[in-house]
Design a protein around this ligand. Structure first.
Ligand code: OFO
Length: 165
């Protein structure tokens, strides 16, 4: 049985995961319009993963006998200045999500809610992996450089990262 305050916090996280999914889907659309098929596929896969994160939370709240609530979420931005700008925004967003997961974990620990602590462990590991993979993307962009045919090679490299997953 979850506390009322924990249900509220987990429901907020449900909305954040939905927002993440929409953000990456919208970003994939931007990449698609620039002919960056590798980046678009990478971001679409990312959007699907975020949706799965949302469903995982939804199921957990439901299984504890509480009511999962799907709230309203803001629309994501549609324009980005460059590939590096876009992926820097992804990294900033993931860092923000990591902060939220850490806050949730702190609350669960303070409440001695061991079930939620255990449930959140998965998200802690997932955030570590995601931040690492987006940092790798940014390193590739930086190493290849966005001038001239660099954009083409960056797109190929990011599409290649998707196949290795
Ligand atoms: Fe990448 O954020 Fe979900 O958890």
């Amino acid at each position: 049985m979850l506390s009322k305050s924990m249900v509220g916090k987990l429901n907020n996280q449900i909305d954040l995961e939905s927002f993440s999914s929409n953000l990456y889907l919208q970003m994939s659309a931007w990449a698609g319009t620039k002919g960056l098929e590798g980046c678009a596929a990478f971001l679409r896969a990312q959007a699907k993963e975020e949706l799965a994160h949302m469903h995982r939370l939804f199921k957990y709240v439901q299984e504890t006998g509480s009511l999962p609530v799907v709230g309203s979420i803001e629309a994501p931005p549609t324009e980005f200045n460059s590939i590096s700008d876009l992926f820097q925004q992804v990294l900033n967003h993931e860092k923000k999500i990591t902060g939220k997961i850490n806050e949730l974990m702190d609350s669960a620990q303070q409440e001695n809610d061991h079930s939620t602590v255990h449930f959140l462990q998965w998200y802690v590991s997932e955030q570590h992996e995601e931040e690492h993979s987006i940092q790798q993307v940014l390193d590739k962009i930086h190493n290849i450089g966005e001038s001239g045919s660099g954009v083409y090679f960056i797109d190929r490299a990011i599409g290649g990262m998707l196949r290795k997953r």
